[in-house]
Write a protein that binds this ligand. Structure first.
Ligand code: LFR
Length: 473
């Protein structure tokens, strides 16, 4: 039997989960959950990284004795350390506007095809490389640490860059599975700030004595490098058998794609803007970022309905609203920054000659149907571009709770949808730790054995086919 603390940081909350493993089964319990509230200061949107660190310490204290600790979070964002290991400035939120225009400038300078050949990364304006180019303090920086690596540094004093998250930076060579120092040099970024890479499942250090004391733990507890990109941890915990499956990691973002043995770096793949991010055990997460439940979350915030208890009522009403009354492209850049999402949805509809959704239930329906249609487009493109077929869709993460979205996904994709686990990232995090200690062999088998899953079968496929045929590919 072993017990692991899985620190899982999401865009709106962080949690420390206890993952207990015994007899090839895992159970999950929440030790501590805390808000993650971005702060706008002087016009720049920041993460409150010290509050996150405090949340981690409080969570470890609440967790009690553990065999190891692992940390995962969203990707791309980082802190810079000076020569004395001090944080330079406060990490900036990827939804901040500071990178406006940089991606286009870099593509013009280096060539989008060259960038894709090296990194295989989806072109998103917030990729780390573009943020670094907007960074005022780079000349003082000795190390660039992605958020989980920064927290691990504060816990252990050891510096490193976990590989799955490094693969989201745009400075990582996806075939060589190493930093691309050459690309950094060509962009006048100092290669020395890129720390040594570490693979998931290897040690990231041990808790410093004073940290252990603060967290109420014995000194010397290991921090294990897990698949520290939350999406990589979530995909590791997809309860699939075989390789003919697709996944949707559905939370603030929806990450829609396939697990492959190697990257797809073709011109078609670049033009379709698919990413080749690193997964556990050298796999490739071939996927696209779809804007996800963020749009719904921002609607709820605008309406003052962001209490979790309000959602079931709204979803029930959305289930009764007329189908396909209005549709948006969730990936429209207008939906990326925080703001008045209902107004942006209405503006999008007017711009595209549609009548804006009439009221909250209709708006929710519009968002969910549009997401399900985006899932369909993305999955079909992933299959076409990779040559790998999918017979089933695993929908994991918070979206797996949303019955309406799960059913719409089955209807839109024409494939059975297996929903769960909801806490896939935390589970993948904890189970990588358990595997590193020799407690288990096959992570997915452990998830299949332990987690309640729901299956949704496609219905009304013809109606969805008709709507999809009207939309661009
Ligand atoms: C999901 C996620 C996505 C990444 C986005 C921004 O939480 O990690 O994979 O593209 O957040 O970092």
């Amino acid at each position: 039997m072993s017990v692991h603390a899985a620190v899982d940081l999401g865009a709106s909350s962080g949690r420390v989960m206890l993952v207990r493993v015994a007899g090839g089964r895992a159970t999950l319990a929440e030790a501590h959950r805390f808000a993650n509230r971005p702060v706008r200061v002087n016009g720049t949107l920041h993460w409150d990284v010290l509050a996150l660190y405090q949340g981690v310490l409080t969570g470890l204290r609440a967790a009690g004795p553990v065999d190891s600790v692992g940390i995962d979070s969203w990707a791309v964002d980082y802190g810079l350390l000076d020569g004395d290991g001090r944080l330079i400035g406060n990490p900036v939120h990827y939804r901040d506007a500071r990178t406006a225009g940089i991606m286009e400038a870099v593509s013009a300078r280096i060539g989008a095809a060259t960038l894709y050949r090296i990194g295989g990364l989806q072109f998103l304006p917030f990729n780390t490389v573009y943020q670094l180019l907007a960074e005022p303090a780079l000349d003082r920086a000795h190390a660039m640490l992605l958020i989980p690596d920064l927290l691990a540094f504060w816990l252990t004093g050891a510096i490193g860059a976990e590989a799955t998250n490094a693969s989201t930076t745009g400075l990582y060579d996806v075939r060589a599975r190493a930093w691309s120092h050459e690309l950094a040099r060509r962009l006048d970024l100092p290669p020395a700030i890129l720390p040594p890479l570490r693979e998931p499942g290897t040690p990231a250090g041990t808790l410093r004595a004073e940290v252990a004391e603060e967290a109420g733990l014995p000194g010397g507890v290991e921090v294990t490098a897990v698949a520290s990109h939350d999406t990589a941890s979530a995909v590791a915990a997809v309860p699939a058998t075989g390789d003919r499956f697709a996944y949707i990691s559905s939370g603030t973002w929806s990450l829609v794609g396939l697990e492959l043995p190697g990257p797809v770096l073709t011109e078609e793949s670049r033009l379709a803007n698919f990413t080749n991010e690193g997964g556990l055990d050298g796999t490739i997460r071939y996927l696209r970022n779809v804007m996800g439940l963020w749009i719904l979350q921002e609607c709820l915030r605008a309406w003052g309905e962001d209490e979790p208890s309000r959602l079931p009522g709204l979803l029930a009403a959305a289930g009764q609203a007329p189908p396909f009354a209005a549709l948006i492209d969730p990936d429209d850049p207008a939906f990326l920054p925080p703001g008045d999402m209902p107004a942006r949805i209405a503006a999008y509809c007017r711009r595209t000659g549609q009548r804006p959704p009439d009221g909250r239930a209709a708006t929710v329906r519009c968002v969910l149907e549009s997401l399900a249609l985006a899932y369909r487009r993305t999955l079909r493109a992933a299959v076409r571009l990779s040559g790998r077929d999918a017979e089933v869709v695993h929908l994991v993460g918070g979206g797996a709770r949303n019955t309406l979205l799960c059913q719409m996904t089955a209807d839109a994709t024409g494939l059975p949808v297996i929903a769960g686990p909801v806490e896939a990232a935390a589970l993948g995090n904890g189970l990588v730790q358990a595997r590193a200690r020799g407690e288990i062999d096959d992570i997915r088998e452990v998830v299949r054995r332990g987690e309640p899953l729901r299956t949704f079968h496609p219905r009304q496929e013809a109606a969805w086919d008709r709507v999809a045929a009207r939309l661009p590919d």
